[in-house]
Ligand binder design. Structure first.
Ligand SMILES: Cc1ncc(COP(=O)(O)O)c(C=O)c1O
Length: 347
C-alpha cells in the first residue's frame, strides 16, 4: 500500500465522477454552445457572488487572464512574497501581461494592511503604476493558511483606496471555507466580496481531473474570454470536463472538512514523534522542517509515503480525497519508523 501526500492535485476521478462525465451534454464551447459549461459558469459565478464565469483548463490560466484583464503592459502588480503567480507560473505575468511584480512581505502568506498601503507609491513618471493587488487564499506556501474574510476585506479596502483592482487566487478557496454544509455558501460570498475577480480550481481538493474558473464583472469578462482564446484556452466539447467539476461541487465540497481533520491528525502525530512541524494546519497542508528534505522524500518514497520537498529543508504533506484514515496511519507509521531508524542514505 502507498499514500501520496505530495499534493491534492494527484486525485483520480471517482466512478461517480466518470459516469457524470460520460453522460454530460456537450456542444462547442467556443460558440458558447456547451450547456454543461454554461451551467457551471453560471453556477460558480452565483456561488462566488460575481456576474459571470469563464471555464479554463488551469488555475494558472485563470490567474494570468485576470492579470491581463486588469492591467496594461508596464503596470505593476502587488503580490505577497510567497504567491503562486510569482513562484510557480513560469514568469507568465511578465510575458503575457508585461507587468512588473512587486512582492510584499507577509507572515505565512498573510499581509497586513499597512504593508499594502506603504507599497503603493504616489504617481510619478519614474514609477510603474500599481494597478492590481492579489491575495491567495488559502496561502499555499504560507502553510495552507486560511485568511479570514474580515482581514481580506481590510486588505482590499486599502488597495481600493489607492485605486487598485483586486484579484483573489482562490485555487484552494474551497479549503478556506471548509465547514459544515450551510455555512459554506455564506463564507464563500464573504470571502469573494472584496474582489473584482476570483479564480478557483476544481482539480485540487475537489478532485476533478481538470478545470478552473475565473469569475468577475461583465465589464471584464468579455475581455477575459478574448484572452482565453488568445492563450489557446478556448476548448470545444468541454462539457465532459465541466461535468466532472459540477459533480465535484455536489459531492466533494463537504468532504474538505475531513481533509482538514486528517491534516490535523497528521500534524499532531508528527509533532509527537519529534519532527519539527510548523504551525498547526489551518486547512489540508502540513509542513515540517528537516535537513536535506529531498533525501528524506526519497527515503519515504521507498516506505510507501510520497511527500514533496520544497527547497532543501522543508517538506509538504497534503491531505485530499484519495487519502483516508488508513493512509494517515500508514504515513504516521512510516515517519515513526524513519525517525527511529533512518533508512540507508540518511544525511
Ligand atoms: C495557490 C495556487 N494558485 C494557482 C495554482 C495553479 O493551478 P494549476 O496547476 O491548475 O495551473 C496553484 C497550483 O497548485 C496553486 O497552488
Amino acid at each position: 500500500m502507498m499514500v501520496d501526500l505530495r499534493s491534492d492535485t494527484v486525485t483520480k476521478p471517482t466512478p461517480g465522477m466518470r459516469a457524470a462525465m460520460a453522460n454530460a451534454e456537450v456542444g462547442d464551447d467556443v460558440f458558447g454552445e456547451d450547456p454543461t459549461v454554461n451551467a457551471l459558469e453560471a453556477r460558480v459565478a452565483r456561488m462566488l457572488g460575481k456576474q459571470e464565469g469563464l471555464f479554463v483548463p488551469t488555475g494558472t490560466m485563470a490567474n494570468q487572464i485576470a492579470i491581463r484583464c486588469e492591467t496594461e503592459p508596464g503596470d505593476e502588480i502587488l503580490l505577497e512574497a510567497d504567491a503562486h503567480p510569482f513562484h510557480y507560473e513560469a514568469g507568465a505575468a511578465a510575458v503575457i501581461s508585461g507587468v512588473t511584480i512587486r512582492l510584499l512581505q507577509g507572515d505565512r502568506g498573510v499581509l497586513q494592511p499597512d504593508v499594502v498601503r506603504d507599497a503603493v507609491r504616489a504617481p510619478n513618471v519614474h514609477h510603474a503604476p500599481a494597478r492590481l493587488f492579489c491575495v491567495e487564499n488559502t496561502a499555499n506556501r504560507g502553510g495552507g493558511t486560511v485568511i479570514p474574510a474580515e482581514h481580506v476585506a481590510k486588505l482590499c479596502a486599502v488597495a481600493r483606496d489607492a485605486g487598485l483592482s483586486c484579484h483573489l487566487d482562490g485555487a484552494r478557496l474551497w479549503n478556506a471555507v471548509a465547514a459544515p454544509g450551510a455555512e459554506i455558501a455564506r463564507a464563500l460570498l464573504a470571502q469573494c466580496d472584496p474582489f473584482d475577480t476570483v479564480s478557483v480550481c476544481f482539480s485540487k481538493g475537489l478532485g476533478a481531473p481538470v478545470g478552473s474558473m475565473l469569475v468577475g464583472p461583465s465589464r471584464l469578462m468579455g475581455r477575459a474570454r478574448r484572452f482565453r482564446k488568445m492563450l489557446g484556452g478556448g476548448m470545444r466539447q468541454v462539457g465532459i470536463l465541466a461535468a466532472a467539476c459540477d459533480y465535484a461541487l455536489d459531492h466533494h465540497l463537504p468532504g474538505l472538512l475531513d481533509d482538514s481533520t486528517r491534516a490535523r491528525r497528521l500534524w499532531e502525530g508528527l509533532g509527537a514523534q519529534g519532527w519539527e512541524v510548523e504551525r498547526a494546519p489551518q486547512s489540508n497542508m502540513v509542513y515540517f522542517r528537516t535537513p536535506n528534505a529531498p533525501n528524506l522524500a526519497g527515503r519515504m518514497d521507498a516506505r510507501g509515503v510520497r511527500c514533496l520537498a520544497l527547497g532543501w529543508d522543508r517538506i509538504r504533506l497534503v491531505t485530499h480525497l484519495d487519502v483516508d484514515d488508513a493512509g494517515i496511519q500508514l504515513a504516521l507509521d512510516a515517519f515513526a519508523a524513519e525517525h527511529a531508524e533512518p533508512s540507508p542514505g540518511a544525511p
